[in-house]
Design a protein around this ligand. Structure first.
Ligand SMILES: Cc1cc2nc3c(=O)[nH]c(=O)nc-3n(C[C@H](O)[C@H](O)[C@H](O)COP(=O)(O)OP(=O)(O)OC[C@H]3O[C@@H](n4cnc5c(N)ncnc54)[C@H](O)[C@@H]3O)c2cc1C
Length: 452
């Protein structure tokens, strides 16, 4: 194992490079029943059988890992690409536990990676869904200001949207909200027609099938435990044995830090899990929301606030809350992973976040404990909403990078360390942006794959 060295956290530097236009993930027609492969390509050996060789190893079969593997295989079809996933199927963590929104790009600071990649990513996501006949709806979103103090931020969002190239933005007066969302109330709103909804779990399964149809391998039940350097190879040891590759890309979401350490890198960021609890509207109350209704976000937080989201399956979500928890897979509130908890508690940034955001944290605890509090947050802009209109819903856990100084890192961050790239911060809208972010990561990984 290499001695610990600081990783090169170059999110902003990479931001100067636009994602490649030419290569888009294309998987051709899909079989009816998606399934993950049990091993690498025939004839290439199996990580459980004395080890296997690959050109590129990707760790994590969430939407990002699969998009990165697909992008590299689209550029270099001769590559042996293997994706290793600890779960028994793909897209089961953040990718399968989110709001399912294809964001438009209005929220993000112009020039940031999020701004660049969300607009381009949404364009690619719609095109991908069209090509693969995956259901989506470009249903639009209403961002509603309910207090005078929020109007300036609504202006900012409109300006950011224009600067980022979001099409069709329209300011709506309070009295005209009902034309778009009959049950919404507020002082003013921003209508964003480019926003849409999709099932990102289905997108991930489709990407996995596409990869396999082009000779890539997606190996499930294949957790990576340790990482070793051997001459010009990176060797991944795990549940299925040994995989030797010329380069590795780690897209491990909430487990990023574990793998970063395993490669011998150190970092000034740590991923802290924030649980988001949703409620569901009962069927008889779904008429209260046509598409998506959001509050004006707090500009100092990377979360968008409790919103109402129609899902592609017709359900309507209310949420999510944002509560710091003790495991990256704390889908149950009481779940504790001791190692994850120790990582969070031993990080100075955690205490700085707690000191700075204690009021917000108390509010989040209240929302986690009380359905009424969560409903009240959404009733600010849909006042007819009652706690009785809701039932328990799903939960997701965000992998949010926190700096040593207690900053909740807003933009995407990628760290590089000796033939390995680590996606260190890929919070929302990383699912929307995945197909564009993957091209940027592929640009940086390509040098590892050139002949020695
Ligand atoms: C509550 C919530 C709401 C959100 N809403 C939206 C939204 O509406 N729109 C949007 O664009 N984004 C949204 N996001 C963000 C989005 O879901 C994530 O940014 C995106 O899914 C990140 O994808 P990923 O592939 O990086 O991570 P993940 O989906 O978490 O995948 C990481 C994978 O790595 C695997 N892994 C970890 N460790 C190992 C190991 N040692 N060996 C092998 N495999 C390993 C995990 O099992 C997992 O499958 C939301 C997120 C949450 C939590």
């Amino acid at each position: 194992m290499n001695a610990a060295r600081p990783a090169d956290e170059t999110g902003s530097r990479a931001g100067g490079r636009r994602s490649r236009e030419a290569t888009e993930v294309d998987a051709g027609p899909l079989p009816a029943r998606p399934q993950a492969a049990e091993g690498p390509r025939p004839g290439e050996g199996h990580p459980g059988e004395g080890g296997a060789d690959a050109d590129l190893a990707v760790v994590g079969a969430g939407i990002l890992g699969l998009a990165v593997a697909s992008a590299l295989l689209a550029r270099r079809p001769e590559l042996r690409v293997v994706v290793l996933e600890r779960q028994s199927s793909v897209g089961t963590e953040q990718t399968g536990h989110n709001s399912g929104v294809i964001h438009s790009g209005v929220y993000y600071r112009p020039g940031s990676l999020k701004a660049l990649l969300c607009v381009e990513g949404a364009r690619r996501m719609y095109a991908y869904c069209d090509r693969h006949e995956l259901p989506y709806e470009r249903c639009g979103k209403l961002i509603v200001a309910t207090e005078q103090s929020e109007l300036a931020m609504l202006d900012t969002l409109e300006q950011r949207g224009l600067a980022n190239g979001v099409a069709g933005l329209r300011r709506v007066r309070g009295g005209d909200l009902a034309e778009i969302e009959p049950h919404a109330r507020g002082l003013a709103a921003l209508h964003v027609p480019e926003t849409g909804i999709v099932d990102y779990g289905a997108v991930a399964r489709s990407l996995a099938l596409g990869l396999e149809s082009r000779g890539g391998a997606v190996v499930c039940n294949a957790a990576v435990h340790t990482v070793e350097r051997r001459r010009r190879r990176i060797v991944l040891h795990g549940e299925r044995g040994e995989l030797r590759a010329r380069g590795a890309i780690f897209c491990a979401g909430g487990w990023t830090d574990v793998l970063l350490r395993a490669t011998g890198a150190t970092s000034d960021l740590r991923v802290v899990p924030f649980r988001g609890q949703y409620l569901l509207l009962r069927p008889q109350a779904r008429h209260l929301v046509r598409s998506l209704v959001y509050p004006v976000p707090d500009p100092t937080l990377p979360f968008l606030g409790v919103h109402l989201t129609r899902r592609i399956d017709g359900n309507v979500l209310i949420g999510p809350s944002a509560l710091m928890v003790a495991a990256p897979d704390a889908y149950r509130l009481g779940r504790v992973d001791r190692a994850s908890l120790a990582r969070t508690l031993s990080w100075p940034g955690t205490y700085r976040v707690a000191r700075r955001w204690w009021r917000t944290a108390l509010e989040e605890v209240a929302m986690a404990a009380s359905r009424r509090r969560l409903v009240a947050a959404a009733a600010r802009f849909v006042p007819e909403l009652r706690a009785g209109d809701t039932m328990p819903g799903p939960a997701g856990v965000r992998a949010q990078a926190v700096s040593r100084s207690g900053e909740l890192v807003d933009d995407f961050r990628i760290a590089e360390h000796d033939r390995a790239l680590h996606v260190q911060n890929a919070p929302s809208p990383a699912a929307t942006s995945s197909l564009a972010l993957a091209e940027l990561i592929a640009d940086r990984a390509e040098p590892y794959l050139n002949p020695a």
